[in-house]
Structures are given as structure tokens and as C-alpha cells.
Write a protein of this length. Structure first.
Length: 170
């Protein structure tokens, strides 16, 4: 009989706590948005629970993420961590700037790398090849995961430029 008490308590909390209950018919919004406007609160039958919620007026967290379009670790972070946080947080809590550029950098002097190869993205050598350079008035990039990644980075940059709105392209 002991397991029934925690289940009953959990069910009670789910019914009384905004954002934890089951969506009602006519409520097509995720739980974290139920108290974001009076109209949504009515649609989701949450108005009685939203009245006493206060939202602290804090500046949004600003995050600039430099990533690579074909990098498996970047993809995992974007999908599993950042996108999940973006869905769960109120829209005004997080301001994200995505920069599909990642490890394509101008380069560094070999002396910076000597003895500190763990700080460098690529193995250090006496001859460091720049990751971007201007050749006859045209910029050329070298990306960590090959030319396909450079193309992917450019496509994503163009998409972001045209879409303008983070919510549209993320």
C-alpha cells in the first residue's frame, strides 16, 4: 500500500502545479507556455494557477555558439542540449546567436602551440596553415571536416541571414 501514497501525491501535484498537468482539449501549447498569456491560460484551463505566479525581471542569458555544420559533437549539443533548453525556457530567458564557423579560424603562430597541443584544435606543426585566406580577392576556407562542411556552414549562414528570426531557423 505504501507505493500508492507517492503515486497519489504525484497525481495531485500534477493537477495543481502549472506546467506539470496534462494538456486539455483546445490546448496546443507546451506546458511552459501555459501562463505566458491570458489567452493561452484560458485555452489550457490554467488561469487559476497562473495568477499567483511571478516572473522575475532578469536580463536574458546571451549565448553565442560557434559550431560546425558536420561536427558530430556540435550536432549532439545543438539537438540534445541547446534545443531542449530553448524549448523548456520562456522565450525571453535565452538569447542565442548561432555562428556556423567553428574551427575555421585564421590560425596562430606555431610558438603558441609548442608544448600546448591540447589547446590547439589541430596538431601543432612548424608550418601552420591558415584556415581562411584571401586568394585573388576571393575568400577560401578550410574546415575541420572537409569542403562539405564549409558548404554546409555557408548554407546555414545564408539561411540565418534570410530568415532573420532565430525561432524560424532553429
Amino acid at each position: 500500500m505504501a507505493p500508492a501514497v507517492p503515486l497519489a501525491l504525484l497525481a495531485l501535484v500534477a493537477l495543481l502545479a502549472p506546467g506539470l498537468g496534462v494538456a486539455f482539449p483546445g490546448c496546443d501549447y507546451p506546458a511552459h507556455l501555459w501562463c505566458s498569456s491570458p489567452e493561452i491560460a484560458v485555452d489550457c484551463q490554467a488561469e487559476s494557477r497562473c495568477g499567483n505566479l511571478s516572473r522575475p525581471a532578469a536580463a536574458p542569458v546571451e549565448l553565442s555558439l560557434f559550431y560546425e555544420s558536420l561536427c558530430p559533437a556540435c550536432r549532439w549539443f545543438l539537438v540534445q542540449e541547446l534545443f531542449t533548453a530553448w524549448l523548456l525556457l520562456p522565450p525571453e530567458a535565452l538569447r542565442v546567436t548561432l555562428v556556423p564557423y567553428g574551427n575555421a579560424e585564421v590560425g596562430a603562430s606555431p610558438s603558441r602551440c609548442r608544448g600546448h597541443s591540447s589547446r590547439c584544435r589541430r596538431p601543432c606543426s612548424d608550418r601552420l596553415v591558415p584556415q581562411e585566406r584571401n586568394v585573388s580577392g576571393k575568400w577560401q576556407f578550410q574546415c575541420q571536416h572537409g569542403p562539405e562542411e564549409c558548404l554546409g556552414n555557408m548554407i546555414e549562414t545564408c539561411l540565418m541571414h534570410e530568415a532573420k528570426n532565430f525561432s524560424t531557423y532553429f
